[in-house]
Design a binder for this molecule. Structure first.
Ligand code: ZN
Length: 473
């Protein structure tokens, strides 16, 4: 449907301007003051119009464990996560709905879901997420999370010989499963893209990465993976390859301008040069990096090296929300403590740019969305500047990034379709979603993981931590 947003505030080089925006056939047709009205009129007065952000890395099924897992590093946290993962595709459908809704209501119009699948019901798992994202109407980049090595292999050996039980699915079966997912669900024109996305070097063989690169080339698909999230992964890469993980990924042909890499906390100068050269994108997930004690990704160094950066919320079990504005706030001010030269610090405008065009670039979609540009698809968000959390009137983008906007999103469009109006999602019944999430869960305070106990002693020894006396909690 065509429409005209009237009298919205948009950022320009020097400050802000009040403009009308014509949207025709799902694309931005014109941006200028006092335009002729086409289609329906949307009142943009006292509202800020920005391009939609990209939630460039998350795992929607983790919603079922948000607020739950005790403070532990990734290698232990993940053992508990998988011990209690949801096993009903209907749960995956609901958590994808909730992920989409929370993303929309914090300024996002696209989501990259590194989707944890139910063992043995993988295709159903992908179908459930696809169904949810289509119903909400958000632009969905679904990256089925695949590994071909068992979880115990993700912890460095520390020189101790360890036997691992082979992973449940072979490399070839994983490649075939991805191929099937592409054929069944990949519909870029309808806003559903399937991404080849190995879990990470810590859980994947070279053959898995190479097979996924081949499918990415064959179907021109973006690639996605976790990269050097923890110190343990950095150690593991050196054990496994005798060189840095980044160098190895480059040799596997995995790095290019359509590759996005979640985390990138433990990279050195040589690694940074490789990312700059290959034009791969770093997805910054500040909340989970803090929650899991992984470290602070050197984002200012990446920006100075000309590396494209995007923001992600990461899954709800390690960030406990899908609030993009929260991730953007923490992900921009966090780095001020890493560099005394304040001229390197990230400004609110830079943070917005990273969240929008940075995300689109990492998916090879910068020509299609991510900025207020005539000809691009209408992935847009209007923020209500009369919302209490954005008052009194100062710098709208400063208020949005540095403040704590609460329910400030007034309207959202993705691919030209209006998904949020007057602060409410128009495409699904959110009250019904809330009720279902409530009914399918219970208050839990005494859950005990047995899996953590199986890996904790080895983890502590490899990481040079004193031998444990009590349990992890
Ligand atoms: Zn992740």
């Amino acid at each position: 449907m065509d429409f005209t947003i009237q009298s919205a505030l948009v950022p320009v080089e020097q400050g802000y301007e009040t403009v009308d925006v014509q949207l025709i056939d799902g694309r931005i047709a014109a941006i200028a003051p006092s335009l002729e009205i086409v289609g329906a009129v949307v009142d943009g007065r006292n509202k800020l119009l920005l391009p939609g952000f990209v939630n460039a890395h998350t795992h929607s099924p983790e919603l079922w464990q948000r607020g739950m897992i005790p403070p532990t590093p990734l290698e232990l946290w993940i053992a508990e996560l998988y011990e209690f993962e949801p096993l009903d595709p209907e749960q995956l459908y609901l958590s994808a709905l909730a992920t989409a809704v929370e993303t929309l209501l914090s300024g996002g119009t696209s989501v990259v879901d590194h989707l944890v699948m139910i063992p043995g019901r993988e295709v159903e798992s992908i179908a459930a997420a696809v169904r949810a994202y289509r119903e909400v109407g958000i632009r969905a980049f679904i990256a089925p999370l695949m590994q071909d090595e068992p979880l115990t292999a993700s912890i460095p050996s520390g020189g101790v010989k360890r036997e691992h039980i082979p992973y449940q699915r072979s490399t070839q079966e994983s490649i075939e499963l991805l191929h099937k997912a592409i054929q069944e669900f990949h519909r870029p024109d309808e806003g559903v893209v399937i991404l080849p996305a190995p879990t990470g070097l810590q859980l994947g063989t070279d053959a898995l990465f190479e097979g996924f690169v081949e499918l990415s080339d064959r179907y021109t698909l973006p690639l996605h993976t976790h990269l050097l999230e923890t110190k343990a992964q950095q150690m593991l890469a050196h054990e496994k390859y005798g060189c840095s993980a980044v160098k190895h990924l480059k040799e596997l042909g995995f790095l290019s301008s359509r590759t996005s890499l979640a985390h990138c906390v433990w990279l050195d100068e040589a690694d940074i040069a490789i990312l700059a050269e290959t034009q791969a994108t770093v997805v910054h997930n500040p909340l989970s990096n803090l929650r899991l004690g992984s470290g602070i990704a050197p984002i200012l160094k990446y920006l100075q090296a000309g590396i494209n950066v995007a923001f992600g919320c990461d899954g709800c079990a390690s960030s406990d929300s899908q609030d993009l504005l929260e991730a953007i706030k923490i992900g921009s001010i966090l780095h001020n403590v890493t560099d005394f030269d304040y001229r390197h610090w990230m400004t609110p405008r830079k943070a917005i740019e990273i969240a929008a065009i940075g995300g689109a670039t990492g998916l090879g979609m910068a020509d299609e969305f991510g900025s207020l540009t005539v000809g691009k698809q209408a992935d847009l968000v209007l923020y209500d500047l009369k919302n209490l959390s954005l008052l009194p009137r100062t710098d709208p983008i400063g208020l949005l990034v540095l403040g704590r906007p609460a329910q400030a999103v007034d309207s959202v469009w993705a691919k030209g379709n209006r998904l949020v109006a007057n602060g409410s999602v128009t495409t699904i019944n959110v009250d019904d979603l809330r009720q279902q999430l409530f009914d399918r869960s219970q208050w839990i305070t005494n859950r005990q993981s047995t899996k953590i106990a199986q890996v904790e002693a080895h983890y502590r020894s490899v990481m040079n931590l004193p031998e444990q006396i009590k349990g992890y909690s």
